[in-house]
Write a protein that binds this ligand. Structure first.
Ligand SMILES: Cc1ncc(COP(=O)(O)O)c(C=O)c1O
Length: 487
């Protein structure tokens, strides 16, 4: 096993491949260039400096964002790294896409950055247009409205609040809260503060805020020491792969999970602690890239509808095209859209789409100072144009198929180190034998200039930008194989 860098082409080569204009890189390197161990001495130094003023235990290495371009990031030590993790699945067009960089000249971008509005009260005159161009133009079918928020966690928090408000409004026959509701809620008593809950799943991740931690169950480190709401936790399927070989087993997994959902909803109802919302990820990403079948999700939606429960699909990690469709849930063939779909990451701005009937009418119930970021809408407007023009969703679908084909070849050669290859688009993953091996493989790949992500206990996930293409795929598979051999 070796952690020493092998693709050492020298600092001058590293600089040559990145031609810079006004300090910002304008072309993509053709391969990784590793000059130091990663993190290198400069990153270590910066981490020590950071510790004096800021939390830093999760920092892996520092990035030179001016030099980074396309699928490649350049770290503080000049290492050029092929990035298939892309800031935790978030940058849709890779680093410093020239058409996005050019937006710094757009007066809308400048004014939104310099005079950032309190969006809920004083939106820009062009706000509705921006929302239409950036977000409504890519809205999931059937979802007509959108609410911008700060991030994925804020999107989920407010989606859940919206579901609670809807549940109580339904109970009141569509009327606003009564005086009794308004008085009792100030003491956190019934009826103004209802005993409602949100049903989530084992292995789920929806954010780390106080409320979201009650539906996040991917890792103990996120939850320990923090009080949680007593909300029901259902089973999520755990499939065996390849799917076609384990059809019966996987169907039983669906059934087991759906039964747990039905049972929990029924028992909560009996206790007068109704479930008001179900929140679910298309792929439990942080939890280990666990998938559910279209049948599972269709039935889940039906259970929600039958019980007057809001069906929230958390597409924070899966949305924006990486699944091979703009929204992963589009591949489930649902009879009607989910009630709410949350997003962030590749959508550049947090928020949620919702059906008309979920609109909250009273002011300040869904509100905070910034409620999103117009610079992100200006950026997303252009990014959407590029994604559509360059057919990047279809390209992602195609390259995802090739990625899984390549991983399956590796699985056939190294079956004890790579298995359960699965994915939608480039949201692709595989399992390794144990946590230690997984972590070692990630370290060795990084030492060879390839950044991949870990998830769950033993899984490795790919989350590249939508511009991840054949040459990047070829290098990814080559470096991964060399890393496996080095284990
Ligand atoms: C599915 C899902 N939901 C919510 C979140 C939280 O989003 P954010 O980190 O933007 O708050 C994440 C973040 O990884 C996520 O993957």
């Amino acid at each position: 096993m070796s952690h020493t860098p092998t693709l050492k082409l020298g600092r001058s080569t590293a600089t040559n491949v990145i031609r810079c204009l006004s300090g910002i890189a304008t072309s993509e390197p053709s391969q990784p260039v590793v000059l130091t161990p990663i993190p290198g001495p400069k990153s270590q130094e910066l981490k020590t400096a950071m510790a004096k003023v800021h939390q830093n235990p999760s920092v892996k290495f520092f990035v030179d964002y001016e030099k980074s371009f396309g699928n490649y990031l350049v770290d503080a030590d000049g290492n050029v790294i092929l990035d298939t993790f892309m800031q935790i699945s978030s940058i849709p067009l890779g680093y410093n896409h020239p058409e996005l960089v050019a937006l710094h000249k757009d007066p809308r971008f400048i004014t939104a950055a310099v005079s950032r509005p309190a969006l809920g009260s004083f939106p820009r005159t062009d706000f509705a247009d921006l929302v239409k161009n950036a977000l409504i133009s890519i809205a999931p079918k059937g979802l007509t409205h959108v609410q911008t928020m700060m991030d994925g966690t804020g999107a989920n928090e407010n989606a859940i609040k919206t579901a609670f408000i809807k549940y109580q409004t339904n109970r009141r026959g569509g009327k606003p809260p009564t005086t009794e509701d308004l008085i009792s809620c100030m003491n956190q008593e019934l009826p103004g503060t209802p005993h409602l809950s949100v049903l989530g799943f084992h292995g789920a991740f929806h954010g780390r805020s106080l409320a979201m931690l009650s539906v996040t169950r991917s890792k103990a480190v996120h939850k320990v020491d923090i009080p949680a709401f007593d909300w029901p936790i259902a089973l999520f399927p755990r499939y065996k792969y390849p799917l076609e070989k384990f059809e019966e087993y996987n169907r039983a997994e669906d059934e087991k999970a759906l039964k747990s959902v039905r049972d929990l909803i029924a028992s909560r109802k009996k206790e007068n602690r109704d479930v008001a919302a179900i929140i679910v990820e298309p792929i439990q990403s942080e939890g280990g890239d666990f998938h559910g079948s279209p049948e599972f999700f269709r039935e889940l939606q039906k259970i929600a509808a039958d019980n007057g429960i809001t069906f929230i699909v958390d597409e924070v990690q899966t949305g924006g095209g990486a699944s091979g469709t703009l929204w992963a849930h589009e591949q489930w063939d649902l009879p009607t859209s989910p009630d709410i779909v949350t997003f962030s990451k590749k959508a550049l701005i947090g928020g949620y789409y919702y059906k008309d009937e979920w609109k909250v009418n009273e002011p300040y119930r869904i509100y905070n100072t910034w409620m999103g970021e117009p610079t992100k809408l200006v950026t997303l407007e252009k990014a959407v144009e590029v994604i559509k023009r360059d057919n990047l969703v279809q390209k992602t679908k195609d390259v995802g198929i090739e990625l899984r084909r390549g991983l399956s070849v590796l699985e056939a050669i190294y079956p004890r180190l790579i298995f359960n290859v699965r994915g939608m688009g480039t949201l692709t993953a595989f399992d390794t034998s144990d946590t230690k091996t997984r972590d070692k493989l990630l370290d060795i790949a990084l030492a060879r200039g390839l950044q991949i992500g870990g998830c769950g206990d033993t899984s490795i996930r790919f989350r590249p930008a939508l511009i991840f293409d054949e040459p990047h795929l070829k290098l990814t598979l080559e470096i991964l194989e060399r890393a496996i051999k080095d284990l």
